[in-house]
Design a protein around this ligand. Sequence first.
Ligand code: EPU
Length: 370
Amino acid sequence: MEGSDAGPPYNEGRTTPKGGSRQPPNNMTVQIFRDRPLDGLTTFGTRATAEAYAEASSLESLKELLAHAAESGLPVRFLGAGANTVAMSRVPGLVIRIAIKGIEKKPAPDGGTLVRCGAGEIFDDIVKMTVAEGLGGLENLSAVPGTVGGAVVQNIGAYGVELAERLQSVTVWDSKAGEVRELSTEECDFAYRHSILKTPAGEGLVVLSALLHLPARWYPVTGYRDLDAEIAARGLTAVTLTPAALSDAVRAVRSRKLPDPARLGNAGSFFTNPIISKVHWRELLTKHPSLVYYKLGGGRMKLAAAWLIEAAGFKGAVRGNAGVYENHALILVNRGGASGEEVLALAEDIRRRVREMFGVELAMEPVVLG
Ligand code: EPU
């Protein structure tokens, strides 16, 4: 089941087990690999090794792995396509890659379409499939890397659409209760790059599948400056702007702005766009008239983190093997052979300087594994 870079399974090669609690799991059907390099399993590609690693391609294998980890006292971490992950040099415990597949489509009672997707499906494959069938709703999320599970946890968003808006429910394994549960979108507590699954309240919940709801009556979501410019440049009109045409436009914009992880390791936006009070925003705008911001409801303002980082002088910065992308200040990159520690050190420098200059706290978007 593994590529050639997988470390040896637990039941081979370990001559001196670390202790009684970590005996090789000879009775297991799922293979667990020890000292497994994770470099190729994250889009950042940081040099990393997991103490133990396994893939769960079904609920049964997930349960088996969780039971083994609990018996062995191994902390568990989950991985999808590693698109929003910074892996540290040494990742203690058991890393479980969720590889649960399956796509099932059926009509929704309101005339729309329901698509159930396994958590391990590549999200962009679902976008491509639905768009190719003329089904609209996901096109603004074209080319967002990662799995369906990761997309749900993170509530991915791009060009005016958040995944939460296209979800009906999320099926999870509740490892504390020992049962499968169907969470409504309200129970998921979705917000900007946020869900309950990222919080202590969501501890022990593992996404098994997502039920997407694509609308019966499609309308294009436009209004994002870069995307509107691309639509205009392509001469698209109300008649020719189909889900497929909009998807192509989104892909073009993204490929111009964001580095291809296959060529330059990265995890997309490294920080979320910070939300501050109107009072704080007014102060900043007086001092920095070119500040980029968006008005939110309730007297809150969202700032473009990229602007703050560029103004702090970090665009194109190089710190050993890590750096800030020269074409977009919000993207930290692996210039080749970077460790997670190097990336986090650079991120910390950026956070400190932005705090000093603007009194704004930047929150990291990717998950740290380690
Ligand atoms: N900007 C700068 N310097 C730069 C780049 C941008 O000052 O180097 C300013 C520009 O004024 C620009 C503004 O920042 O108008 C915002 O930049 P951009 O349009 O690229 O969007 P973003 O806020 O950086 C967000 C999401 C992206 C998503 C795009 C499009 C977050 C943290 N990021 O980026 O999501 O694709 O909008 O909707 O919300 C991701 O989460 O990984 C991601 C790529």
